[in-house]
Design a protein around this ligand. Sequence first.
Ligand code: SF4
Ligand code: SF4
Length: 342
Amino acid sequence: MTLKNWGRWEIAKLREVHKMANKPKVAICWLGSCGGCDETVVDLNEALLQVADAIDIVIWPVAMDFKYHHIEEMKDGEILLSIINGHVRNSEQEEIAKLLRRKSQLVLAFGACACFGGTPGLANFRTKEDIFNWVYRDAPTVVNPNGIYPQPKVQIDGNELTLPEFYERVYALNQVIDVDFYLPGCPPPPDLVANAINAVLEDKLPRKGSTLAPHKPLCDTCPRNGTKPERLAIKDIKRVHEVEADPNTCFLAQGILCLGPAIRTGCGEACININIPCRGCFGPVEGVADCGAKFVSSLASILDAEGEREVKEVVDTIDDLAGYLYRFTLPISNLKRRNKDG
Ligand code: SF4
Ligand code: SF4
């Protein structure tokens, strides 16, 4: 069912759910987030009013003035569903994630950051020390003559001030708490959000651990699929801003990297439709743990290069290959992070 299909029949059903029982309690909460995932909930437009009629929102920091203590005072399991977006990088985010887990029957990791670590996960290519040195000492705009770095605890005039502890690396939500379902995307598209909420309200959820999006790779639904050659032979890799890409031809056939073969579909081909190749915000296709590694193995078979030296010459033309391959998924990849020794 898509958002556009939300008609009177669905509204009646939601009302029925509402009448039959107390409204189910739902938490919508952000951790390390840009706010885009909350925006997509707002993008449900009038369907949001129907959803609001069927559920009781108990916390939604971006939109409503509830406090964390309201959640702490609830019974364990009292919330039917917590929809959590954003990654975990500090002790406050971990504490909120654990609190919502305790109070909720179901947890939905919402958006690429919660599902895989997201673009903030690229910070795992740097150490915490690198980040602090750049932000509080080395960046050209920094003025910090006393070399003061933020501390988790500091005494001022006899009072202790505290800040959340900044962790060594970025974590995806399931690396901190048990997660029941996943809805990827940066942000997830509203039609999949509506489907997910419907599935919860109607008790039609798939097995625990499922991703609430199609199980095929993006290439299978891509409108350019018909122009993807059986066998590719890329000699020269181009970046999308360096050429005027043909809007009707497969990016890979044009020598432009597109992660479509390794990435789950469900995004509505949003980037492809504006002539931008897939960057991977829906994460690995079903059954693949590391989409970067999967894409590298397919890259090896599509390059028109002989021997290690020629392959290296072509690959070296890709600026920041690791960043490209793991733009959304580094924290859940086999690499997870750069270690201290590089
Ligand atoms: S998944 Fe994308 S939209 Fe959602 S919080 Fe992360 S960066 Fe923002
Ligand atoms: S590689 Fe990209 S452009 Fe080509 S068919 Fe797959 S998703 Fe479409």
